[in-house]
Write a protein that binds this ligand. Structure first.
Ligand SMILES: [Zn+2]
Length: 308
């Protein structure tokens, strides 16, 4: 079997150890070498707390990765390590349950208004969250690098998704009342350009909602070390509550609320993310591998910030 290898041109060699978008005065002092995937790669920690992959994956990397079978269905490619999802489109019931829960937690944004909001979700996957926002009367739009999600969202939920990178789409200044991204921020190769595009296109007092995996006092990360799921090829930045606070300040946001990110998942997904094949086998034997239940996953946090 041929190995799936990223090409040299899939990396941004301008984003070197001489740069850190967060502090502009980098000193990288710690290297984490990951060698249990098809190819080795590294993360480096800056003294400001930001951890980034070096060399940094670029847009070509993501075009390749998110349209590859490796991402869409590990089953098909028969790999030991799961890069993306075990079988993406079969997880739809989990995603809908998670989106419904997230709407309940963000009620004060989506129901506490007397006019329809212009809602942008970056990386909306199959569009479940936008579908629920649309049912509440809001104008929704997604933006994703993958074609496959866009077709699915349009066919199943009548939710429009633009194809391409959000920061390159040329949306109007102040066009959106809400910009959301979930399980995205760690996957953005040029966070500075990305954050500037968010600030520009968000309306005054608009809401910026995102989640992140908090590495501060993260027990699962400590237990799993380099095998922790965050250290995967498409993860560009590894962050914690302190780097998030610095980022919000740098781009002119005020953090309004933070809450735990609860997701609905089934054991098939959890066992593949954790590389626990025994759990997959056991749960399948018991017939409970695809039952959804809420868990405080990863652990990640949802941040609601307002453009100051
Ligand atoms: Zn730095």
């Amino acid at each position: 079997m041929t190995k799936t290898q990223p090409k040299p041109e899939f990396f941004d060699l301008n984003d070197s150890d001489n740069s850190c978008f967060l502090c502009n005065n980098p000193r990288y002092y710690k290297t984490i070498k990951i060698d249990h995937f098809d190819f080795p790669f590294e993360y480096k920690t800056c003294k400001c707390g930001m951890v980034k992959q070096t060399p940094m994956p670029n847009e070509k990397f993501f075009e390749w990765f998110f349209n590859s079978d490796v991402f869409f269905s590990a089953k098909k490619t028969d790999k030991d390590f799961i890069w993306g999802y075990y079988d993406y489109f079969k997880d739809e019931s989990s995603r809908m349950a998670t989106s419904a829960y997230r709407h309940r937690r963000l009620k004060y944004i989506f129901e506490g208004t007397d006019r329809p909001l212009n809602v942008m979700k970056i990386g909306p996957a199959t569009g479940t969250f936008l579908y629920l926002a649309k049912k509440k009367g809001h104008n929704v739009l997604g933006c994703d690098v993958s074609n496959q999600f866009a077709n699915y969202a349009m066919e199943n939920y009548d939710v429009p998704i633009d194809i391409g990178r959000f920061e390159r789409k040329g949306y109007k200044d102040g066009q959106f009342d809400v910009i959301m991204l979930l399980n995205v921020i760690e996957n953005v190769p040029n966070l500075d350009e990305f954050m500037q595009a968010i600030v520009r296109t968000l309306s005054p007092n608009g809401h910026f909602v995102f989640n992140y995996v908090d590495m501060h006092n993260n027990l699962i990360a400590k237990l799993q070390g380099k095998k922790y799921f965050i250290y995967r090829p498409p993860i560009c930045y590894v962050i914690d509550r302190f780097t998030v606070a610095k980022m919000m300040k740098k781009y002119g946001f005020k953090i309004k609320r933070q809450h735990w990110d609860v997701r609905y998942m089934h054991l098939e997904k959890i066992s593949t993310l954790l590389h626990w094949k025994w759990l997959l086998t056991l749960s399948k034997a018991l017939g409970i591998s695809r039952v959804n239940f809420p868990i405080y996953a990863y652990p990640s946090k949802v941040v609601v910030a307002v453009k100051a």
